[in-house]
Write a protein that binds this ligand. Structure first.
Ligand code: C5P
Length: 213
């Protein structure tokens, strides 16, 4: 059922990894199936929001009612996010690669010496949106952590100027799996949600976004 509070609201979602090419056949990336971000985009659209999903390279169908923009690199994702603003809310679920390399035009050959990769910083898309002039009313970031999950999420929320950080403990089998155990970190404190399917986490978060807008 549609939620009247989301009628006419534009929500921007990023999902998936980014791939940073080394040469035409190789890349560096973070692990990400895109499942949680796609589920959130789908849940928001099901509640009646207008959803723009900026997706890195993933093998997932576009959720019903969602406008999808496919990108490969972090720099492309940043440009697509910028082009999709303004939005009432932004939910940045993508596992953006932190660095890129100057990609070689031709496939690198396996010689005697392994190539050295020179890594350059990628833009922080979440921080850019949350600190930008066209900041959405609600900015939600994600934090995948393997230790001291809540402590890191609280610090991340402040550092990135996000309203909420959804923190998940990825030390177990969350990666690529169907379930997720998350903590919602906001100005009000920390709420720990019971382990649930990614679809249920998405529906619960979509309702909370409706509450906040
Ligand atoms: O800094 P870290 O990668 O741990 O923060 C995770 C959060 O920041 C996620 O919401 C992710 O989508 C976002 N992020 C981003 N651009 C980056 C790095 C992270 O939007 N370059």
């Amino acid at each position: 059922p549609v939620d009247a509070r989301l009628a006419g609201k534009h929500v921007l979602v990023t999902a998936g990894p980014t791939h940073e090419p080394i040469d035409p056949v190789r890349y560096i990336a973070n692990r990400s199936s895109g499942k949680q971000g796609f589920a959130i985009a789908g849940a928001l659209a099901a509640l009646g929001a207008r959803v723009t999903l900026v997706a890195g390279p993933v093998a997932l169908p576009t959720p019903s009612g969602v406008t999808r923009i496919d990108v490969e690199t972090a720099r492309e994702m940043a440009a697509a996010v910028d082009a999709a603003l303004p939005a009432d809310a932004a939910v940045m679920v993508a596992a953006v690669a932190d660095w890129h390399v100057e990609a070689a035009a031709q496939k690198l050959k396996k010689g005697d010496a392994a190539p050295l990769l020179h890594l350059s910083q990628n833009p922080d898309i979440l921080a850019g949106v949350a600190q930008g002039a066209r900041r959405p009313q609600l900015v939600v970031g994600f934090a995948a952590e393997t230790e001291r999950v809540i402590e890191h999420a609280v610090a991340k929320r402040a550092r990135k100027n996000a309203d909420w950080i959804v923190a998940n403990d990825v030390s177990g089998d969350v990666m690529g799996g169907e379930a997720n155990a998350v903590h919602l970190v906001s100005a009000a404190g920390v709420e720990s949600w019971e382990r649930a399917s990614k679809a249920d986490v998405a529906r619960r978060l979509a309702k909370r976004i409706a509450d906040a807008l």
